[in-house]
Design a protein around this ligand. Structure first.
Ligand SMILES: [Mg+2]
Length: 193
């Protein structure tokens, strides 16, 4: 029967595995993150995103425990369409600079169970993808990294991974060469390419 060969090769082609940043990528957390800084006396204009919390607290002269006590991990909601996207994943991972206390709390609240979830405690500085690839046991060609910041792009490019920009976050700035996604469903389509 014609087409059997194609069917076999189709079945052997596995979808890419999504490794995802969390804040500003899967969850719309800017205001929750900012409000904790503002509550501690920081000017809203001074706040930037995508950093290791310990480094940002040091820059701003804050105690990290004070910040964690102010941060409300029940506030940030997934961007529209992200719940369906995450629900469609077979294997996936989270790679985030978020503090593990709030990061794991957010995942539990949302009922998300990535195969690998690495937060700031998994890295000796800003996050990198190599240990996530090791934990998944996959090659870089088998993943795509989804993020919202220049650091996320750097993470992907430094290991040769495809980078997808969470363009549904209005703060995300595209660069030439980015795969810019305007809705989470577009990542699903790309994974099944
Ligand atoms: Mg982010």
């Amino acid at each position: 029967m014609s087409g059997e060969g194609n069917a076999e090769s189709e079945s052997q082609r596995r979808p890419l595995i999504a490794i995802c940043d969390l804040d500003g990528t899967l969850i719309d957390s800017d205001s929750a993150l900012s409000d904790a800084f503002v509550a501690l006396g920081i000017d809203r204009d001074e706040i930037t995103f995508g950093h290791v919390l310990a480094e940002e607290c040091e820059r701003l002269g804050l105690d990290i425990e004070d910040y964690l006590n102010e941060y409300d991990p029940t506030r940030a909601m997934p961007f529209p369409g992200v719940g369906d996207l995450v629900g469609s994943f077979d294997r996936w991972a989270v790679c985030s600079n978020k503090h593990p206390r709030s990061g794991h709390a957010e995942l539990a609240r949302l009922g998300w169970s990535p195969e690998v979830s690495f937060f700031a405690d998994a890295f000796s500085g800003p996050k990198v993808l190599a240990p996530v690839l090791d934990a998944l046991g996959v090659a870089v060609s088998e993943v795509i990294f989804l993020g919202d910041t220049a650091h996320d792009r750097h993470c992907a490019h430094s290991v040769g991974a495809t980078f997808a920009l969470a363009g549904w976050n209005p703060r995300a700035e595209a660069q030439p060469g980015d795969l810019v996604l305007s809705h989470p469903r577009e990542l699903r389509e790309f994974l099944e390419r």
